[in-house]
Ligand binder design. Structure first.
Ligand code: ADP
Ligand code: MG
Length: 421
């Protein structure tokens, strides 16, 4: 059970002459009154009584008073806190009636509860850190954010390479009039060699014809002595001449041309292959980029789930870009009542044993919002003691010139939900 303020009484503290009341246990107690009447002095007195010397006002002793300040608070856990004497000496009586001190109070009194503006005025990052501390996921979230940043940087680098590769591939030449693969000259060279072999054979035959022709001449010279051989030689000469007669030499010019063309074709084929490779590379990097995007998305989802599955002090609270958000709004875009609700919820969670919070200057809330806030506090089992420049029905007491003004409650007036009317 969290600790509440059951009752307090203050005399001669700052602007307060004498104020005593029992704030409502759950919900909102509004201390109303005009400016400068002692409303904030009441909250200052509570903070000093419970928070110790660092909450001591610079001039606690009410001017015009010869009697030193006297402060007394009864807490719901049975502890009684008193300050009196010219030094405002602290006296703490524990549940068993024994003397105790500030250390006992510090166990369940939250500094933020006594000084909500300290939380409200902290930076966006500090607020987010406080929330993450409260829900216990800070380390995990920052690890995820670090991973996300690393991936993001990697993806940017990949994206740059992917763009360069795609641009490079696009700029490379491409030929449509060539085969897909490098052409080999071996086949043509083989053909050429075959023809050259035939041509060689032809040459040999020609030379033989010449030889016989020569033999004929010799035979003719030796005609007289070798007439018998003449006719044979004549026959041979005729046959040889005949075999050489129809021979035609085939040209290799075309093949030579083809061979030289191959170089040009292959240059183009190589260019095409290089372009294809460049395009593949560009595609590879673009795939890498898409994968990095997926990974970043996953981390973001994980972050979102981490926060969503955590025990939040208030549904709708989250942390985005290291800043606290409520219903998607950052602090400076929240309504002041949402800011208060958020601050109260977080501060409460920070020290769940402390069941109350002090809120100065509640003027920014209209009566409906105030009522709504009061209902929320009630549902949360939280006690809030607030001040407000007003003398309306929403006020539980009105402070006037350092005293509680007598309020005459009309018979037909219904009890106000969040107040103690
Ligand atoms: N020790 C003190 N003795 C007498 N008056 C004081 C003392 N300290 C502050 N005041 C006066 O109290 C007034 C403010 O009181 P405060 O409780 O803040 O009023 P409220 O919150 O109702 O506007 C100021 O006029 C200030 O000068
Ligand atoms: Mg004030």
């Amino acid at each position: 059970m969290s600790v509440k303020i059951n009752a307090f009484e203050f005399e001669n503290v700052k602007r307060v002459k004498a104020v005593a009341m029992q704030p409502t246990e759950k919900g909102l107690t509004v201390i109303g009154g005009k400016n400068g009447q002692g409303k904030t002095s009441v909250l200052d007195a509570i903070a000093w009584a419970l928070g110790g010397d660092k909450f001591k006002p610079s001039e606690p002793w009410r001017k015009d008073s010869t009697i030193p300040p006297h402060l007394k608070i009864e807490l719901s856990n049975g502890i009684i806190v008193e300050r009196k004497g010219k030094n405002g000496t602290l006296k703490v009586i524990d549940q068993n009636g024994n003397n105790s001190g500030q250390a006992l109070l510090n166990k369940f009194i939250s500094q933020f509860a006594l000084d909500l503006p300290k939380f409200m005025n902290s930076t966006s990052k500090e607020k987010a850190d406080t929330l993450l501390k409260v829900i216990g996921v800070g380390d995990k979230l920052y690890k995820l954010e670090q991973d996300e940043q690393i991936l993001y940087n990697q993806r940017t680098a990949i994206g740059r390479i992917a763009d360069q590769k795609a641009k490079h591939a696009k700029e490379m030449p491409e030929y449509n009039d060539v085969p897909n693969e490098i052409v080999s000259a071996a086949e043509l060279i083989k053909k050429q060699q075959r023809i050259l072999a035939i041509n060689g054979e032809n040459q040999r035959k020609r030379e033989q014809a010449d030889k016989y022709k020569k033999a004929l001449t010799e035979a003719q010279i030796a005609f007289e002595e070798a007439k018998a051989r003449l006719s044979q030689a004549e026959k041979d000469a005729i046959i040889a001449a005949k075999s050489a007669e129809d021979l035609i030499d085939e040209s290799t010019a075309e093949i030579e041309a083809n061979i030289s063309e191959i170089e040009e074709i292959n240059r183009k084929v190589r260019a095409n292959l290089e372009k294809e490779k460049a395009e593949e590379e560009a595609k590879y990097y673009s795939t890498q980029y898409a994968e990095a995007t997926d990974a970043i998305e996953n981390i973001r989802k994980e972050k979102y789930e981490l926060l969503n599955n955590a025990q939040l002090p208030l549904p709708g609270l989250s942390v985005q870009d290291k800043e606290l958000t409520y219903k998607g709004y950052k602090w400076d875009n929240m309504s002041s009542s949402d800011q208060l609700k958020t601050a109260t919820a977080i501060v409460r969670k920070l020290n769940p044993e402390c069941g109350f919070v002090l809120i100065d200057k509640l003027e920014q809330m209209d009566v409906d919002t105030l009522q709504n806030f009061g209902q929320w506090l009630e549902a949360e089992g939280l006690q809030a003691i607030a001040t407000r420049v007003s003398n309306g029905d929403e006020c539980s007491i009105i402070i006037d010139d350092g005293y509680i003004q007598d309020i005459v409650k009309p018979d037909n007036k219904k009890e106000w939900k969040a107040g103690v009317f």
